[in-house]
Write a protein that binds this ligand. Structure first.
Ligand SMILES: Cc1ncc(COP(=O)(O)O)c(C=O)c1O
Length: 392
């Protein structure tokens, strides 16, 4: 047999969205940290919003007790007692009454709910295929829109608007094609919080123009003066609100949150979500029921964040570093002296401190840095001592 020429090979396809140059900002930041942070100095990490607080013991106990002797598939919408606990919390916290059957669905943390929402709203041939995303933002809204085949329309937020979203910053022709507007209040990364009247304007506009408003309220329990309102107080029509136990109850690893809103959308999500394998494990739901029923532990969480916030704010003030918005959430949004946020963060990394350059979080974030108040109070004090050596 003559030596065969190897057959030609064709590379099988991948989604082009997975082969482009874009990188998740935390991955970029980790790489910079590995390059610049001094060896042997423990890193103090204000970069990622993963609370380093202990999950309350009664919640962990509820999880343990929830593990059944025989396992079975959980149902996608979540257990009735979980949805009732979520509805109970909404009523205590915001004075909003919803029907757990028609208006509430469990989510495995809000990230998957954020990611999957656009897919349930936009499809091949949809007349409305735009997702409006105020920026800088939690870096999932935009790729989620792209994976769904929708067109993201990114609207830079502005310091002069108090970092709040304004309807008139979006062109009329974009609204005519809009399927979904993302709001995030209290906002990551700026800590800006929409007031009820501002929410009312957006809700009325969405109803008039026929698009959905998703209000990501992941930080609604982390506040320092006034408890933030919810979009649900403006009525459920055209509205979906997302809540999570990740920040409220220091439960990022449990992956538990919920969606609440418009009956028609909840019904559509009930049809869509069983396709995706996002049913919350039963024992996680047991822990979540315990967490949503208790209002004392979020109060303790808030006091801990308030201590850390004070330490950093006092130090920034001494240096003349200005913090904007930052009324709620556990982020401080600081204007960078000199305006070059990646260069400023490089200086921090050389001192073994990690914070997030605003520009990594999207257009509008340039010239700012986001500090997540996750290290302990002792680590925050140590960070201030190290900042003495950071030029600005
Ligand atoms: C604005 C915002 N939404 C949603 C999430 C996702 O939270 P989880 O999936 O843990 O509920 C985060 C996490 O940092 C966030 O900052």
């Amino acid at each position: 047999m003559s030596p065969a020429t190897p057959p030609a090979r064709l590379a099988p396809p991948l989604n082009p969205l997975l082969t482009g140059p874009r990188e998740y900002p935390f991955v970029t930041l980790d790489r910079r940290r590995d390059e610049l942070a001094p060896a042997g100095v423990p890193i103090i990490n204000f970069g990622i919003g993963d609370p380093r607080e202990r999950t309350p013991e009664f919640i962990v106990e509820a999880l343990r007790e929830g593990v059944p002797p025989m396992s079975s598939y959980p149902a996608a919408p979540g257990r009735a007692d979980l949805r009732a606990a979520c509805a109970g919390w909404l009523e205590r916290r915001f004075g909003v009454k919803v029907d757990p059957e028609r208006h509430v669905l469990s989510a495995n943390g809000t990230k998957e709910a954020v990611f999957l929402l656009a897919m349930a709203l936009v499809g091949r041939g949809s007349a409305r295929d735009v997702v409006v995303i105020p920026s800088p933002a939690y870096p999932v809204y935009e790729p989620a829109a792209r994976f769904a085949g929708a067109e993201p329309h990114v609207v830079p937020l502005r310091s002069e608007d108090g970092w709040k979203f304004r309807i008139d910053r979006v062109p009329e022709e974009v609204w005519a094609r809009t399927a979904l507007l993302w709001l995030n209040t209290p906002h990551n990364p700026t800590g800006a919080t929409l007031e009820a009247a501002e929410m009312a304007r957006v809700a009325a506009f969405a109803r008039e123009r026929g698009f959905w408003v998703a209000s990501d309220e992941a930080y609604s329990e982390i506040w320092f003066s006034e408890p933030p309102p919810t979009m649900l107080q403006q009525g459920l029509d055209n509205v979906l609100v997302l809540h999570t136990l990740s920040k409220r109850s220091a439960m990022t690893g449990f992956r538990s949150g919920f969606m609440c809103g418009d009956e028609r959308l909840i019904a559509a999500l009930r049809r869509f979500r069983p396709n995706v394998g996002v049913a919350t494990p039963d024992f996680v739901q047991s822990a979540a029921v315990a967490a949503w029923k208790d209002d004392a532990h979020p109060e303790e969480q808030r006091s801990r964040y308030a201590v850390k916030r004070r330490i950093l704010l006092d130090y920034f003030e001494r240096r003349g570093w200005r913090v904007e918005a930052s009324t709620a959430s556990f982020y401080l949004w600081m204007r960078v002296p000199g305006g070059d946020d990646p260069a400023f963060v490089d200086g921090l990394l050389r001192a073994g401190l990690v914070a997030m350059p605003g520009s990594f979080l999207g257009p509008g974030g340039e010239g700012f840095v986001r500090w997540a108040l996750v290290p302990t109070p002792e680590a925050c004090r140590e960070a201030c001592a190290r900042l003495e050596g950071v030029q600005a």
